[in-house]
Design a protein. Sequence first.
Length: 410
Amino acid sequence: MVKALTTLDSLPLGAFWPCRNVPVNACICDRPNRPSSPYYRLAMTAAGKHQVSRAQTRGSRQGRAGIRDVAAAGVSITTVSDALNGKGRLPDATRRHVREVADRLGYRPSAAARTLRTGKSGLIGLTVTTYGDEPFTFTEFAYFAEMARAATSAALARGYALVILPATSRHDVWSNVALDGTVVIDPSDHDPVVTELVRQGLPVVSDGRPAGTLPVTAWVDNDHEAAVLDLLDHLADAGARRIGLLTGTTTDTYTRLSTTAYLNWCERVGQDPVYEAYPAHDPCAGAVAADRLLARPDRPDAVYGLFDPNGTDLLAAARRYGLRVPDDLLLVCCSESTVYATTEPPITTLSLKPRRIGTAVVQLLIDAIEGIDADGPVERVIPTELIVRTSSQRRSPRTTVSPPRSPEKD
């Protein structure tokens, strides 16, 4: 009598699959060898395989790399933390090594864990307080847009997020956002926003040299006096005999220092000042001021405009009065806009290097938030650049200035 098979897996390789209830030696079916895998594996459908794949994916996510995994590369957990947060006094090679390991492992620090551990929100603010309650969308201007982009990137590199806030708000936005610190662009004299933030114990870094005793933690700015003197000399070298200025009515450092530098230059060379001032947040007022400047009896034969739209405003006003640029009027304006490279003619611009400033103010602010002692002073001066184009290069120096004529009628 043939011994019954007790389990399917007990069949030897090469054996036939027996018919049910029939002895092996009595089976006449010509069937292939038994499956190489047990029946429960054959029962796995495509959907079942998909469910297993999803479970494996979930498991891999739950097991993502932590700070201890990065430290396993041969450094301490403290070193990993300092390297990734820009803290401590680590060699550059060590910081690069840690960051490369973290990137390779896919390590990302937990913002929630950091908040619980340090009491910090990981949020820093950015605002322009110069214009107070006036309607002013500063991100529409090239300088502020470039500066904000660089500041955002610098903040993310240090594990922080940048929040752009209005100077004032009826809904008291400032009190509803848990900020670790704030960057203030061009604060005015005795700025109440800066004073209140400092009173609350928040570090404040200024884009712009503060006036008087404004209690900022640090500041970053350009040497505006030197920049203005250099470009005025550039216009004089190009043949200008009476240089005018379009300036603003605000008391921020940029406007005040630039205007003072112009007045000092006029006194030095013996020229009577020729300038018009207007509220810089109002683009319509800028166009009107440009028109007034070129309609004066003592019309200038060269103009420097302190603000972004001044170049196009002055170019349009010059055309209305039949003045050719650069033959009759030399133009320079302070702007980061690339538009001025393609105007007719291209306009010379002064660049304040907002990307470098945006990076510097955020680095200083985060250092203050994290209690990192600065190696040097908390005052940084960023060099400017005069980008010379056709509008400030006269083909032949002029010795006389013709009186203005009435604008052409449409």
